[in-house]
Design a protein around this ligand. Structure first.
Ligand SMILES: NC(=O)c1ccc[n+]([C@@H]2O[C@H](COP(=O)([O-])OP(=O)(O)OC[C@H]3O[C@@H](n4cnc5c(N)ncnc54)[C@H](O)[C@@H]3O)[C@@H](O)[C@H]2O)c1
Ligand SMILES: [Fe+2]
Length: 388
C-alpha cells in the first residue's frame, strides 16, 4: 500500500475563533482583498471581522460580487481588481461559493488569463498555475463544501452551461477559520442541503478506489458527526453543539476528498448545476440514494459500515442486509430534513438527458474512475432517469 498525506492548511476551529482573524491575517501583510458573501453585508459579523482586522493593522477592501455557483465573469472581475491594486492577501468569508471565488482570485492575482483556462476539462488545453497565488484565508459560513480544506475551486460558466474545477495544491488556503457560530444563521433548507454535501464528500471518498487509511479515518469521523447531528442542526439551528459537529463533519469531509476524491454523485451533481444553476448540495441529495442502489452489491462492506453508523439498530444484521438498507435509510433521512429533491425538480428536461449524460461521461471521468463500480454511458443515462 502506498499513499501520501498533504495538508498544507492551518485550521483554527472553534466558537469565537473568527475573532482571531486579525492575528492570523497580519502574518501575511497589511492589505487584504476581502471576498464577502453578500448575505453578510452590513451584518454584525462583518463589522466584527473588519474591526479585528483593523485592530491588527490590516486594511480590508470588501468585494461582495459573489453568486451561488460562482461565475467566470465575477471571478475574473475580482482578479482584475486585485491585479490592479496592491494586495498582500485574499480573505474569503461565506459559503463555498465565496471561498471558491476567493481561491480563484488569489490564484489569478499572480497567474495571468481567465480562471476558466485553469479548470479541468477533458481534452481541453488546461493552463496549470506557474506560481503560488496570494495567500488565502478562508472563513466558511456553511457546513457543506469543505472548501476550507481542499485544493479545489469550482467555477460556473453560464455562457456554455458548464461547471468545472481548478485542481491544484496551489489552491489550498494558507489558513482557514472554522467558527460554528457563523453557521447559526443558516436556514433549515440550506443547512440540510449543505449537510448532505458534507456527508457525500465523506461517503464518496470512503468508497473511492483511491481511499487510504488516512482518508478513511477522516471520512468516518465526518460520517459519524453527520449521522448524530444533521437532524438537530436542521430542526434547531440554534443548537451550537449540532452546528459544531456539522462544521467538523464538513471540514473532515473536505480533508477526505482532498486526499481521495469524489465519485459518481459529484460527477452527476456538478454538471447539473452548470446546466440548471441548481444548488450544489441539492444536486447531490437528488442522486445519492439512486447511486448507492445502482452500485450494490459492489462495495457492500463499506456501505454496511455507513448504514450501521446511520442506523445503529442494524448491528446484528449481515453485511449484505445492512448494505442493502442504505438507499432507503438515505431516502428517509433526506425526506426528514427536507432534502428530498429531484433532477426533474431542478429543471432537467427529458430531451436534455442524453446531452447531459455525454457531459458527465466525457468531462467527469476522474470522478467516474474513483467509483467502486465502473459506469458506462448507458449506466449514466439509467442513473439520470432514476433521479428525474
Ligand atoms: N472547493 C471545494 O472543495 C468545493 C466542494 C464542494 C462544493 N463546492 C462548491 O461550493 C459551492 C456551494 O457552496 P455552499 O453550498 O456553501 O453554498 P453557497 O456558498 O452557494 O451559498 C448558498 C446561499 O447561502 C447563503 N449563505 C451562506 N452562508 C450563510 C449563512 N451562514 N446564513 C445564511 N445564509 C448563508 C449565501 O449567501 C448563498 O445565497 C458550489 O459552487 C459547489 O460546487 C466546492
Ligand atoms: Fe460537494
Amino acid at each position: 500500500m502506498r499513499f501520501k498525506v498533504n495538508f498544507p492548511v492551518e485550521i483554527f476551529f472553534g466558537e469565537g475563533e473568527a475573532d482571531h482573524i486579525g492575528e492570523i491575517a497580519k502574518k501575511y501583510g497589511k492589505t487584504a482583498f476581502a471576498v464577502i458573501d453578500p448575505f453578510l453585508k452590513g451584518s454584525a459579523v462583518e463589522e466584527r471581522v473588519e474591526r479585528k482586522l483593523t485592530e491588527a493593522g490590516v486594511e480590508a477592501v470588501p468585494f461582495y460580487e459573489v453568486v451561488p455557483n460562482p461565475t467566470v465573469e465575477l471571478i475574473d472581475k475580482g482578479a482584475e481588481m486585485v491585479r490592479n491594486g496592491n494586495y498582500d492577501m485574499v480573505i474569503a468569508i461565506g459559503g463555498g461559493s465565496s471561498i471558491d471565488t476567493g481561491k480563484a482570485i488569489a490564484l489569478l492575482a499572480t497567474n495571468e488569463g481567465s480562471c476558466w483556462e485553469y479548470t479541468e476539462r477533458l481534452g481541453a488545453n488546461v493552463v496549470r498555475p506557474k506560481v503560488k497565488g496570494l495567500p488565502l484565508i478562508s472563513v466558511p459560513t456553511t457546513a457543506g463544501t469543505g472548501s476550507e480544506a481542499t485544493p479545489y475551486a469550482v467555477i460556473n460558466n453560464p455562457a456554455i452551461h458548464q461547471k468545472c474545477t481548478i485542481v491544484s495544491p496551489m489552491v489550498f488556503p494558507v489558513a482557514s477559520i472554522v467558527d460554528p457560530e457563523l453557521m447559526m444563521t443558516m436556514p433549515p433548507a440550506l443547512t440540510a442541503l449543505t449537510g448532505v454535501d458534507a456527508f457525500s464528500h465523506a461517503f464518496e471518498s470512503y468508497i473511492n478506489v483511491n481511499a487510504h487509511p488516512f482518508s478513511e479515518m477522516v471520512a468516518l469521523e465526518s460520517i459519524k458527526r453527520f449521522a448524530g447531528n444533521i437532524v438537530e442542526a436542521v430542526k434547531n439551528g440554534s443548537d451550537i453543539k449540532a452546528r459544531r459537529e456539522m462544521a467538523l463533519a464538513c471540514t473532515f469531509g473536505g480533508m477526505a476528498i482532498a486526499h481521495a476524491g469524489t465519485t459518481v454523485p459529484h460527477a452527476l451533481g456538478q454538471p447539473l448545476s452548470g446546466l440548471t444553476n441548481a444548488p450544489h448540495g441539492g444536486t447531490i441529495a437528488a442522486c445519492l440514494p439512486e447511486v448507492v442502489e445502482w452500485t450494490l452489491p459492489v462495495a457492500a462492506e463499506k456501505f454496511a459500515v455507513v448504514a450501521e453508523i446511520l442506523d445503529p439498530s442494524l448491528k446484528t444484521e449481515s453485511v449484505n442486509q445492512k448494505a442493502s438498507r442504505l438507499p432507503l435509510i438515505l431516502e428517509n433521512l433526506f425526506k426528514e430534513i427536507g432534502a428530498d429533491v429531484t433532477f426533474g425538480g431542478y429543471g432537467l428536461k427529458e430531451d436534455e438527458i442524453e446531452g447531459f449524460a455525454d457531459t458527465v461521461y466525457t468531462s467527469f471521468q476522474l470522478d467516474l474512475k474513483g467509483h467502486p463500480k465502473v459506469a458506462t454511458r448507458e449506466d449514466i443515462i439509467y442513473l439520470i432517469r432514476q433521479c428525474m
